[in-house]
Unconditional design. Structure first.
Lengths: 183, 179
């Protein structure tokens, strides 16, 4: 093996002192073996850098893949929104929800939609005169919720046995229009 | 790589006498740092975190009046140590660094070139795995453009040791790859 073989990589990297570098310069021009070695080392160095770049590129998410999914996800989202608008209201009207939670809530929540106010008072321990004085009528479906006074006021502030009725006005589109509290 | 979108905003003008010089420093060193860290085995997100931490440390270092010479090796050393700490805290090993699926490489123009390139990377990957940790790190830092003196500062070894390590690593790769 040539005596200069131990200096070739450092010479390639320009890390040798000037006098040694000049010596290797002259030698490389005359030594075919060192010339071949330098070619090989440069090739390996370049391949190593390319390998690093490929490894980095492999670990980094490819942007075009993300862009490829954007229209697909958008289409799915739009389709889901359209389907929910078309089918959900119908299914709510046709299929009554019967669950334990709904049945338990039915004890305190009663749907009184377009019924007259009078029928509501038959079920509530509320004086008819007070309802008449309220001066409001139901324009649409309403939900009445009986709330014990103890739940709203501190103990002793209200006589025992008094309940409040919260009436929630429901618009045709199902949204809440107003809330009234009646003792 | 996606490092282009690194959301790092630093008051660069404060930690350098010339803000243009500082911006140049950031632009010049961010990508090599990211590449070095990813090749060490960090994920892309982890590498971006470490680079951001390194530049914040640089900011504190310079604001507190630290020396401004060898900033490049200083940054690489901070990033290298942070990466080490992360990997030790996650109980991961550096043995996974520079792993590359050669089958995923398809940048060559013709099928023959694809096959040749895959085979070349497969052999190179096998040879890289045979290198010692120090040899791999020296080659990675060399591929990032650092001088032997700077590599020595990053890894805490002498310049002559770096020269020997790089020489040995290159010769191993050339021998294993039959170049």
């Amino acid at each position: 093996m040539c005596d200069y073989s131990g200096k070739l990589v450092a010479w390639m990297d320009r890390e040798l002192p000037d006098n040694e570098a000049a010596d290797v310069d002259r030698h490389v021009l005359a030594c075919a073996e060192c010339g071949r070695r330098i070619d090989a080392y440069e090739q390996v160095s370049a391949s190593f850098v390319a390998y690093c770049d490929a490894a980095v590129g492999q670990k980094t998410p490819m942007p075009f893949k993300r862009r490829h999914w954007i229209p697909v996800l958008s289409a799915v989202a739009v389709a889901a929104a359209v389907l929910s608008l078309v089918f959900v209201p119908v299914s709510v009207k046709q299929i009554p929800i019967r669950s334990r939670a709904a049945e338990a809530a039915a004890a305190v929540v009663r749907e009184t939609a377009p019924r007259p106010v009078k029928t509501v008072h038959r079920r509530r321990p509320v004086p008819r005169t007070k309802m008449a004085n309220a001066g409001w009528t139901l324009a649409g479906p309403a939900v009445q919720i009986v709330i014990p006074a103890e739940a709203m006021f501190p103990p002793g502030a209200v006589p025992e046995g008094i309940n409040f009725i919260a009436e929630l006005d429901i618009a045709d589109d199902g949204s809440a229009q107003g809330l009234r509290l009646q003792p | 790589m996606s490092g282009d979108s690194l959301p790092l905003v630093l008051p660069l003008s404060r930690f350098a006498t010339d803000s243009c010089e500082a911006t140049t420093l950031y632009r010049e060193l961010r990508k090599p740092l990211l590449r070095y860290l990813v090749c060490l085995g960090l994920s892309s997100d982890e590498a971006q975190d470490v680079v951001q931490d390194a530049f914040l440390s640089l900011h504190k270092h310079l604001v507190s009046g630290g020396p401004q010479d060898n900033i490049r090796s200083w940054l690489f050393r901070v990033a290298h140590n942070r990466a080490r700490n992360r990997q030790q805290s996650y109980d991961r090993r550096f043995g996974t660094q520079l792993d590359l699926d050669a089958d995923s490489i398809s940048q060559a123009a013709t099928p023959e070139q694809v096959v040749l390139e895959k085979e070349k990377f497969r052999r190179l990957g096998k040879a890289i795995r045979l290198l010692t940790e120090s040899e791999r790190e020296c080659l990675l830092l060399r591929a990032s453009g650092l001088r032997y003196r700077e590599i020595g500062e990053v890894l805490g070894i002498s310049t002559s040791t770096v020269a020997d390590t790089v020489d040995r690593a290159i010769k191993k790769l050339a021998e294993k790859c039959n170049v």
